[in-house]
Design a protein around this ligand. Structure first.
Ligand SMILES: [Zn+2]
Length: 175
């Protein structure tokens, strides 16, 4: 999935990890491994962003994109199979929804500079909207303090993430 990257204000992984902890705290799940993504989308996002809407759309409207954020409309469009997947616990789809929520919460008011107009390689990960949103989804879904002693398979099952996401997240804990 190739998404346009935007040059945004820098956030380190530690910054993002703290934000994820804040989200979990607000959701009352600091000690609960499985994060309720749909409850966050449907009940918390509208409180945090007044006028927030999400819309489930037929596949042909988004094509290869799983979901998109429309900052000006304060809205997220979610492909119907992705919405259904997230609701039934498919890890990749759960992460997609958190990823878009982060774009709206954190990037909506600063998506002004398209990375495409630069040499992409000059953008540091921590200044990329895509890296930040991916990191946020991973940090919310796989909290270090609860998962640090788990195997990748345990993380996959208990956190409701893909194996790729479990391995990626474990990689961030090394060194
Ligand atoms: Zn994105």
């Amino acid at each position: 999935m190739t998404e346009i990257q935007y040059l945004v204000a820098p956030l380190s992984r530690n910054n993002i990890r703290r934000m994820a902890m804040y989200v979990r705290k607000q959701m009352g799940c600091i000690d609960t491994v499985y994060f309720p993504v749909m409850r966050f989308l449907e009940h918390v996002m509208p409180i945090w962003r007044e006028g927030f809407e999400w819309e489930v759309v037929e596949s042909h409207i988004l094509g290869t994109k799983h979901a998109i954020t429309i900052p000006k409309a304060n809205k997220i469009l979610i492909r119907e199979d992705v919405y259904d997947g997230a609701e039934s616990g498919i890890g990749r789809d759960r992460a997609t929804i958190l990823h878009e929520c982060f774009h709206l919460l954190w990037h909506a008011d600063q998506m002004v500079v398209m990375a495409r107009s630069f040499d992409m390689k000059t953008i540091k990960p921590y200044r990329s909207s895509e890296w930040q949103a991916k990191a946020f989804a991973g940090e919310v879904l796989v909290p270090y303090h609860l998962c640090k002693d788990m195997t990748a398979s345990q993380i996959e099952v208990e956190c409701g993430v893909s194996m790729d996401a479990a391995l990626y997240q474990m990689g961030t804990w090394k060194g």
